[in-house]
Write a protein that binds this ligand. Structure first.
Ligand code: NAD
Length: 354
């Protein structure tokens, strides 16, 4: 075997464990901060207020308007609020939307971030920020965007609704699956990808039966950390490009889109790199990688068809065009016809042929 690679670990501090979120104040102080602004979506405002109250004099209050796709208008309001109250760090409590707001603030002001994730999206361990302005979603990468501290507390995920647990878990699996063939992959990211997918494969079927099973929740969050780390360290290809196109141009929901597309994009690419994708068949129950993922997703009750999310058949032509417009590294050559065909399968919910 010949090995040749470059590896850059993340500078972020990762803290993992049941009850770990009780130590947020300790981590605020460890960053030499004294004035934390707690962020959340409106849905998790009560949790953010409770966390702010627990922080006591280390908190300067909450900002609870985080929104999916990180609208610039919301970020600007949050930056103003942080300045008004003299915040020296943010504590982002929630899923990718809340993490996105903290990252957008850090991108503009370099404010330090502590993230307490409550979904499996993985954004907390990436230097990537997606934001929207006037209906256009753009993505930027910068070391300033990577949160300084991530506190994974599985107890906070016990109440994550089952449908969100399924799609968010498949969203995480997508990061790892594409990581296996990334041109800049390395032995560490491949190990993390395989272990992360295995953890989620074992945990999700337990969670759908017993949503408050603490060891399954712990395993799923551990898997999500690994899969998110893969996303943050190497490049993504066809799958993430198509999901970005569908979410950005057609407003399809983030985690559901990933869940539906995953078997189709991975199956399509696996036929070009079967050896690299063999772990997927091994982990998800045999057959081709695309079919193994499809069968697994179906068995845990994932949504299967894009047509259930407001996309018309006519939209597929434009989606194929957009997804095919900017070149990027992909293990299998793509053209309009092949993308259009896999979108058709995903639209109708058909089991992929590969
Ligand atoms: P989300 O953050 O939008 O959460 C969806 C809803 O669920 C929100 O109302 C939220 O408050 C609620 N919620 C979150 N955790 C909960 C819990 N434990 N219990 C009950 N309700 C809970 O969803 P998401 O899928 O985590 O994030 C999606 C966003 O993250 C998208 O905008 C996506 O683009 C972004 N994202 C970015 C990256 C990156 O690296 N930049 C990676 C993944 C996702």
């Amino acid at each position: 075997m010949t090995l040749s690679f470059s590896y850059q670990g993340s500078p972020a501090r990762i803290v993992f464990g049941n009850g770990a979120s009780a130590d947020v104040g300790k981590w605020v102080e460890a960053l030499n901060c004294r004035r934390a602004l707690v962020l959340s979506t409106p849905h998790q405002a009560a949790d953010a207020q409770a966390l702010s109250a627990r922080l006591g004099s280390l908190s300067v209050g909450t900002f609870t308007d985080a929104t999916m796709h990180t609208p610039v208008e919301v970020t600007e309001r949050a930056v103003s609020r942080a300045a008004e109250v003299g915040a020296d760090c943010v504590v982002s409590l929630g899923g990718g939307s809340t993490t996105g707001l903290g990252k957008a603030m850090a991108y503009r002001t370099d404010i330090q971030q502590i993230v307490v994730p409550t979904t499996y999206a993985g954004s907390e361990v990436t230097p990537i920020l997606g934001q929207t302005e006037n209906g256009v979603k753009t993505t930027v990468r910068s070391p300033k965007i990577t949160p300084e501290v991530v506190i994974y507390d599985p107890e906070l995920t016990l109440g994550l609704p089952v449908d969100m647990s399924i799609t968010s878990g498949l969203n995480a699996i997508a990061h790892a699956a594409e990581g296996l063939y990334a041109p800049d992959r390395n032995p560490i990211t491949s190990m993390m990808a395989i272990d992360g997918m295995r953890a989620l494969k074992e945990a999700l079927p337990v969670i759908i039966e017993s949503p408050r099973d603490s060891s399954a929740r712990e395993k799923a969050l551990y898997g999500a950390w690994l899969c998110g780390t893969v996303l943050g360290q190497i490049s993504m290809s066809l799958h993430h490009k198509i999901c970005h196109t569908l979410g950005g141009s057609f407003d399809t929901p983030h985690a559901e889109t990933h869940s539906i597309m995953l078997p189709h994009t991975i199956g399509f690419n696996a036929s070009a790199v079967p050896e690299l994708m063999k772990p997927i068949s091994d982990i998800f129950g045999g057959g081709t990688p695309g079919q193994a993922l499809y069968d697994f997703a179906k068995s845990i009750g994932s949504p299967k068809a894009l047509r259930d999310f407001g996309l018309s058949e006519a939209d597929l032509d434009r989606a194929a065009e957009i997804a095919n417009s900017n070149p990027y590294a992909n293990p299998r050559p793509i053209d309009h016809g092949s993308i259009r065909a896999l979108l058709q399968d995903a639209w109708s919910g058909r089991r992929p042929p590969y």
